[in-house]
Design a protein around this ligand. Sequence first.
Ligand SMILES: [Zn+2]
Length: 450
Amino acid sequence: MRFRSFLAPSVALAGGALLCTSGSGKAYNFLGGMLDLGQRDFRVHNNFNDPEANDNTTPSLAFPGQTGAVRAIWAAVAEWGSEPRRDGGGDQHQPGDLGSGGANFDSTFQGLAPDPGGTDDNVFSEITGNSGGVLAFTELPINDGWRIRFYRAPTIWHDGPGAPPGGSDHKDLQGVATHEYGHALGLDHSTNSLDNTMFPGSSGNFYDKRSLAADDIAGVQALYGVRSPAKPHISAFDVLGGQLTIHGTNFAASGNQVWFTPAGQGDGTPVMVQNLTSTQSGTRLDLSIPPGAGSGDLLVRTPGDTGDRLSNAYPADLLLGECPLVESYGTAKVNSLGTSSLLEFSGSPSLAIDNFSLFVTLGGYGSSSGILFHGQTEAATPFMGGTLYSKGPFVRDQTFVFGFFGDVQLPLPISPAMVGQTHHYQLWYVDPGDSFGVGLSNAVKVSFCP
Ligand SMILES: [Zn+2]
């Protein structure tokens, strides 16, 4: 089979919306090639010169060590991954759902590139000039690698995390990168539905292209195979000193490789530790962190060359280690208004990031006062018509007053003394119409990390 990509060496994405044709069944199409396990790397040459392309400076556990355009592009590639990235967080457009491909396909972030590289060096970068409404293009052939360029003018590239502002030249870097990486991995344009990431156009700023549609998912699965139940899977890691423990499933008894992102610039070849033996029935790998490894993606490759031998890409901050996932549990007591105050959370429980916050959107008792408290041990004790979800001794963190709609924001500054502690937070508030006079929320369990 001749690769059509040789005949059409680049696939460009036009800025304006195109008319969609009606049709049924599949809309995805193939370019005629695919990326083997030696081509799963990608790098970013961050020469994006719009200030808006690098003004998202908020750290994220999902993309350790990177912000701005690099983080946006990393998220774009991660969306094609085989399973939700860590807890699926890291993209405001699709909370909890980053990593939607469901195929035997995962990629590895290999750091920053010093230049745009050649046409098969797997680098994202910006290029000067423009081309008649084309925003970006992917250079092929894909089997040997690819190169993705974004035109500098007239587009104003935005790195998110939210949607770009109005104005036709304002485009979402992540959304367009998600489309272009679809070409890099072997998908041609989808023939219908503006909703598809691989449709060659958008009705707006391409923000909606960040999230794969069912047809895009069907396309990557048809190309690489539906994610195998035997595919290695990383679920967590620990760092202690220079020692790394990786937890997961389906690691080989022997011959495992662990792939790291390099610290600083790399050449696209993962920093690697080879010939590792797993323990605990293929669920654990222990190794020393190799020289040159930096924070980034962690992957495990088991012996063999097929896509089902490479694990998911797990975000790993080798300096901070991993903060345990924050968990919401229990059920809020229904108050005398018939509503219940659902305690939610945002941000990271990391001291280094320090943006953790608890909040209630709706459902508290409007204008009523209350107390945020925590215990250190989980429990479920009936209390005043509701449930106390931790045991004493209780600590009062702060008092608050619900807004008119029963909403409240409770930022929780993290102090060094909190690192290593686990708190089970809950709200107690005044409910004048309740027989006990008391309202209670559900609980949120947080373990603070460095
Ligand atoms: Zn395209």
